[in-house]
Design a protein around this ligand. Structure first.
Ligand code: HEM
Length: 429
């Protein structure tokens, strides 16, 4: 291919860029490689946020690092929120730092270490139930979804009786337009309830907005109720801790701050680990050699940590959007005030100038400065919980079932955006 051809292909790929489209996932790394080589800061029209004068997508690792650390030029308040921006993810420093100072102590390595026996016991129960049901099973429905969700509900103080409702709201809000089968069904039901005539397999932008805003308000009402109950009956969960917290040692958090924080944790704590686990086990199902390599090292405390880190690099799931706060020149490209810039961590994590053989799983990769958990002030607060959940889930599952393969009769279901799987049918043996 000539340079000119490659450049035109990259321009076409940038113009059509839509990471929310499931079809894109089939060639995402090819597209990211092309963009990184030809147009590392690519202008795209496809994902322009409401009112933004254009969007950009970054694919180079070094530029992604600079971008994520420059919170003065690139604001986290970059989305359309159902009610108010979420705390702390959509808040910029310095207020962001004040919120993180409250929450960081609840998610330290030591705090999360205490949870290990509980994580292990619960993972064992779930895997036993899943494997007792026969020779085939859906790994996502029976394990990847409930494992982190139940743990998160217990930590946060969300009643487990509400599990199905919590999952349905989350799927409606997060997955109404990214190819998630159940997410779309739930959203379509809600749109009809709101008087829209949904036809076909997509919501119109108006329908999507109506659904997202309605489900957002229902979640807010639910969270408000939980906060009121906990105010009357404190325990040791996150809602109780938030009620006792003080902003900069000056005042308690307001009802709105409490709700906006719980809303974000609800979204961040539920989907992420489930998505990572689904994608990792899908790779292991298709690649028995890699699976065996992992099983051999997974009980070695020295080797399993780097291996989990590598799996998270390889299966980065998060797209990080930011809004440009002022006209700015970034690595030679001018971004207009108000534009949206998108940093797909999956693209940075496959950049060969930072990671040798980026498309290979190298379980002892060092260094491994991947961006799967983000970088800069907003780096994932749940990192120690997430790493433990992924490690324990993989250890427990593979101890009980080292051999499995994709179900030849039923296809896995993928969704885009903050990508993952909504179904992963597997067969024992
Ligand atoms: C494999 C699992 C996970 C991945 C890949 C992941 C990834 C990320 C990423 C990339 C960010 C940065 C967002 C940004 O820069 O705007 C982030 C932030 C965040 N994550 Fe995670 N996460 C995971 C698990 C969790 C869990 C289990 C929790 C719940 C405790 C959690 C809670 C949060 C919160 C609250 C933030 C916002 C932090 C801030 O804005 O300061 N995450 N996560």
């Amino acid at each position: 291919m000539t340079t000119m051809d490659a450049r035109s292909l990259a321009e076409a790929a940038a113009a059509a860029y839509n990471p929310y489209d499931v079809a894109f996932l089939e060639r995402e790394f090819e597209v990211y490689d092309l963009l990184r080589a030809e147009l590392p800061i690519a202008r795209t029209e496809a994902i322009t946020a409401m009112g933004a004068p254009g969007s950009w997508v970054l694919t180079r690792y070094d530029q992604s690092c600079d971008f994520l650390q420059d919170h003065a030029s690139f604001s986290n308040q970059s989305n359309v929120y159902p009610v108010r921006p979420w705390i702390p993810q959509a808040i910029d420093p310095p207020a962001h730092s004040a919120y993180r100072r409250i929450m960081n102590p609840w998610f330290t390595v030591d705090e999360m270490r205490h949870l290990e026996p509980h994580l292990e016991k619960f993972a064992e129960e779930l895997v036993d139930t899943m494997l007792d049901q026969g020779d085939d099973f859906d790994f996502v429905a029976a394990f990847a979804d409930p494992f982190p969700t139940v743990i998160f509900c217990q930590l946060a103080g969300f009643p487990l009786d509400d599990y199905q409702q919590i999952m349905n709201w989350k799927n409606t809000l997060m997955h109404c337009a990214d190819g998630h089968v159940r997410g779309f069904e739930l959203a379509a039901e809600m749109a009809r309830e709101l008087g829209h005539e949904v036809s076909g397999s997509h919501l119109t932008p108006e329908e999507e907005l109506a659904v997202r805003s309605t489900v957002g308000q229902r979640i807010y009402a639910y969270l408000g109720g939980l906060i009121d109950r906990r105010r009357a009956e404190p325990t040791d969960d996150m809602i109780t801790k938030l009620l006792a917290a003080s902003y900069e040692g000056e005042r308690p958090l307001t009802q709105e701050e409490l709700e906006d924080t719980l809303f974000l944790f609800y979204m961040a704590g539920l989907d992420t680990v489930a998505s990572a686990l689904g994608l990792i086990v899908q790779t292991f199902a298709a690649n028995p050699g890699k699976r065996r390599e992992f099983i051999e090292l997974m009980d070695d405390p020295e080797r399993v940590g780097p291996a989990v880190e590598e799996l998270i690099r390889y299966h980065a799931i998060v797209l990080l959007p930011r809004r440009v706060t002022q006209d700015v020149t970034f690595h030679g490209t001018e971004f207009a005030h108000g534009s949206q810039v998108l940093c797909p961590t999956m693209a940075a994590n496959r950049d060969a100038s930072e990671f040798a053989e980026p498309n290979e799983l190298v379980f002892d990769r060092t260094p491994n400065r991947h961006l799967g958990f983000g970088l800069g002030p907003h780096r994932c607060i749940g990192i120690h919980l997430a790493r433990r959940e992924v490690r324990i889930a993989l250890q427990v599952f593979h101890r009980k079932l080292p051999d499995y393969h994709p179900d030849p009769e039923r296809r896995a279901e993928a969704f885009g955006g903050m990508k993952g799987l909504s179904a992963l049918p597997l067969v024992k043996g």
